[in-house]
Design a protein around this ligand. Structure first.
Ligand SMILES: [Zn+2]
Length: 378
């Protein structure tokens, strides 16, 4: 997702998180002046090469002249899709998401292991060749889809409302966002999938348990709106997900942490005796920050985000934690009224002249991180 706009005064705006009210304010700011707002993909070019936009009477972002050439990687470019999770220019629109798998398809159990592996093989950074067009475009697997939904909902709250909510409030924000996520090729949102028509639903819940009962059947226990419920899951899917969780989080088990969430797809099936039953066909288990519920890929990221959230809460409420919706070469960015600085772990893919901090090795201490964030506030 790469769709920023920049104003002449340097202010960055995010059209995909803007309500109509926000756009009216922006329109007043722009008034009748031209060349005030330009696409964020060409921020560093001379003014005459910038791609300027205006707001129409019905609050659409309209380019000011023809023959546009957006930078590679810009969501507004029509040449090549560089994102698999696209929201453009309105918080009211649907989010178009390109998936590596078909959520409606539940492959027969014997093929399940193969299916689970296929889902794994691509993330948003990997590019696959789409048939016919012969151009490389990204697709999301289940894990990346869920991360995108979580971070996108977080960024929407942060930019739209300026506040980070408690874990429970945030869970509702995510559920709202799920209603807007549309899989390309499907004519409905993830949130509107239902057993009656689609034979499957999408879930995003608090994880309680994943274990085998005395009869040898595996069950996934979830909590939704304070109520717990249990659904059957095939052994190979359950074991595979526990294994993946341990791999991502330094050997930790999903039961060990109260911040663990579960998301995926539940399918309605019919047994040979014509009985309906429900089974978890696709599952992803992941850790989130303790107070806010923000997705964490690994334990280092969880530690990093939690320190930053505590910094904001207890040391300086002016700082904001921006997290990129799709994977990039940095983990997050601290934005203050005066400055901004990126934080990454290990080595970024390319170096830039922006202020950046590497949270690893000797630098991976609370003190070093606080010093860096403090430096952005002076
Ligand atoms: Zn652009």
């Amino acid at each position: 997702m790469n769709n920023k706009m920049i104003l002449n005064n340097g202010q960055i705006i995010y059209p995909s998180y803007m309500s109509n009210e926000d756009k009216n304010k922006l329109k007043t700011f722009i008034a009748n002046r031209n060349n005030v707002m330009y696409c964020g993909c060409k921020a560093d070019v001379p003014d005459e090469e910038k791609l300027y936009y205006r707001l129409s009477a019905d609050n659409k972002f309209i380019p000011l002249h023809k023959g546009y050439k957006h930078a590679v990687g810009c969501d507004r470019s029509s040449e090549k899709r560089s994102s698999a999770f696209i929201t453009l220019d309105s918080s009211d629109d649907y989010i178009a998401t390109y998936l590596r798998f078909n959520p409606l398809n539940f492959t027969p159990p014997v093929k399940q292991r193969k299916l689970a592996q296929e889902d794994e093989n691509t993330n948003s950074n990997n590019e696959v060749i789409s048939k016919g067009k012969k151009i490389k475009e990204p697709f999301l697997n289940l894990e990346n889809l869920i991360r995108c939904i979580n971070i996108d909902a977080y960024m929407e709250r942060l930019i739209g409302k300026g506040i980070v909510l408690s874990r429970d409030y945030f869970l509702n924000a995510i559920k709202g966002r799920i209603k807007k996520v549309k899989v390309v090729g499907m004519d409905k949102s993830l949130g509107s999938l239902n057993y009656e028509n689609d034979w499957c639903t999408f879930f995003y819940c608090k994880f309680i348990d994943l274990s085998k009962n005395e009869k040898g059947y595996w069950n996934l226990t979830l909590e939704n709106n304070g109520k717990t419920f249990r659904i059957g899951i095939r052994e190979e899917i359950a074991e595979k997900q526990i294994e993946k969780f341990q791999k991502a989080y330094c050997g930790d088990l999903p039961y060990s942490d109260k911040s663990v969430m579960a998301a995926g797809f539940i399918y309605k099936r019919i047994s040979k005796k014509m009985k309906e039953y429900y089974t978890v066909g696709r599952l992803h288990l992941f850790k989130t920050t303790y107070n806010e519920g923000v997705y964490c890929c690994d334990n280092v990221e969880k530690e990093l985000y939690e320190i930053i959230f505590n910094y904001i809460k207890h040391r300086n409420t002016q700082a904001r934690l921006y997290i990129p919706v799709e994977y990039t070469n940095y983990n997050c960015e601290i934005v203050t009224k005066k400055d901004r600085g990126k934080i990454y772990v290990g080595s970024p893919k390319y170096t830039s002249e922006e202020k950046a901090f590497n949270y690893s090795g000797e630098n991976a201490t609370i003190e070093q991180l606080v010093k860096f964030i403090d430096s952005l506030l002076v």
